[in-house]
Write a protein that binds this ligand. Structure first.
Ligand code: SF4
Length: 63
C-alpha cells in the first residue's frame, strides 16, 4: 500500500493517473466503500502499528 502524507500532499493530482491499479483518488472522489482508508493513510504518519491493525480490520477476510 502506498501512503501519502496528508500534511505534505498539495493535491496536485499528478499521482492519480500513475497508479497501475487506479487506487489513488482525490478526497472528493474517493468511493464511499474506501472512505476509511483516508483514516488509515493519515494514521500511518502518527502510529504505524495502529495503521497496520486498521488495515487488517478493513480487509474483506477480516485479516
Ligand atoms: S496529489 Fe499525489 S503527486 Fe500531488 S502532491 Fe499529493 S501525493 Fe504528491
Amino acid at each position: 500500500m502506498l501512503y501519502i502524507d496528508p500534511d505534505e500532499c498539495i493535491d496536485c493530482g499528478a499521482c492519480e493517473p500513475e497508479c497501475p491499479v487506479n487506487a489513488i483518488f482525490t478526497e472528493e472522489s474517493l468511493p464511499p466503500a474506501w472512505a476509511r482508508y483516508t483514516e488509515v493513510n493519515a494514521l500511518w504518519y502518527r502510529d504505524r502499528d495502529a495503521a497496520r491493525r486498521l488495515v487488517d480490520e478493513l480487509r474483506p477476510d477480516g485479516g
